[in-house]
Design a protein around this ligand. Sequence first.
Ligand code: KET
Length: 404
Amino acid sequence: MSVFSQIARAPEDPILGVTVAYNQDSDPSKLNLGVGAYRTEEGKPLVLNVVRKAEQKLVNDPSRVKEYLPIVGLADFNKCSAKLILGADSPAIQENRVATVQCLSGTGSLRVGGEFLAKHYYEKTVYIPSPTWGNHPKIFTLAGLSVKTYRYYDPATRGLDFQGLLEDLGNAPTGAIVLLHACAHNPTGVDPTVDQWEQIRKLMRSKGLLPFFDSAYQGFASGSLDADAQSVRMFVADGGECFAAQSYAKNMGLYAERVGALSIVCKTADVASKVESQLKLVIRPMYSNPPLHGASIVATILKDSNLYNEWTVELKEMADRIISMRKQLLEALQSRGTPGDWTHIIKQIGMFTFTGLNAEQVAFMRGEYHIYMTSDGRISMAGLSSKTVPHLANAMHAAVTRTA
Ligand code: KET
């Protein structure tokens, strides 16, 4: 008799569990549009050329060793990551007011930031958008914060519920933490306009709300690294404090390397260095220090202007392919006369389309067409190709006309 015999079976993760189910399906037409992972036109995972080059460079360098990194990670990586998100000419960087630590991709950066706040910040409530990436509430709850939501998406307009957002943030207690998606909001693909960001910034600063940006898709929304960081930079330009969690999973295709960064922009260099000292106390008992390989790849690319430029070209190609998938899917539905207005497919940005399909329609598409997506109707456009668009459009058409 096991001491664990009473243990209940846990459910699969709502996003990663979709891949588990997909892997068990033996149908040749199966299609995984669940997890946000880029695929080529051939439906294959992509390792960027620039990543291969950086890896070659690293392998050929005999001076490289496998010693532990410092608790905060690779210094060059941290410096370049802060520049990437805040801008190379950011006064906050020049004034040494930014504490940056290498973390285990976006998830680890959010978790370390959350634990730091739970330990050192007076207001323990974090507001997350409704809806948001499914892991956000779990990460922040386990970090020791109390999670509340603010209105974000309006299903009726398939756009931003801007009034609801302003009302909810306006009613948040002074000092509350607010999780913001830097760009390409997941799962909705709906971002505030620059004008709306400015209003959000003003409201948050007037109420002393603390911005915590999750930047998992820099470069994927517009194809431009700078444009996709604009929201964060607006909050840093006013001189106020700000958190940013960066992931290189998507924009460098380094999913499994688990490489990301947490930057905390402070008001003075003295505060930033104390903050960094405390981040080390969060990290040391959690995983001691971060892994070397992914951070070395990122630093190699970001430090070398030729490699950097190559990266931006490859990144733009990925972003453009996703945008072209949006157009193709919309055209395929329109040519089938699928009932409803599907123009949100081309209006939304980033990796995902929030289709509006309900859980029952999603289940139908999985059962009948072997198409896998999350039950909230989110599809990863990055998993689609010209060859698979017709199959998806047929499935969506059947799902919609069947239950209409
Ligand atoms: N933030 C957001 C908004 C996000 O969508 C993801 C990943 C992450 C952070 C974390 O990524 P990391 O691999 O830790 O750097 N989202 C995709 C994968 C996942 O769920 O883990 C997804 O939504 O499909």
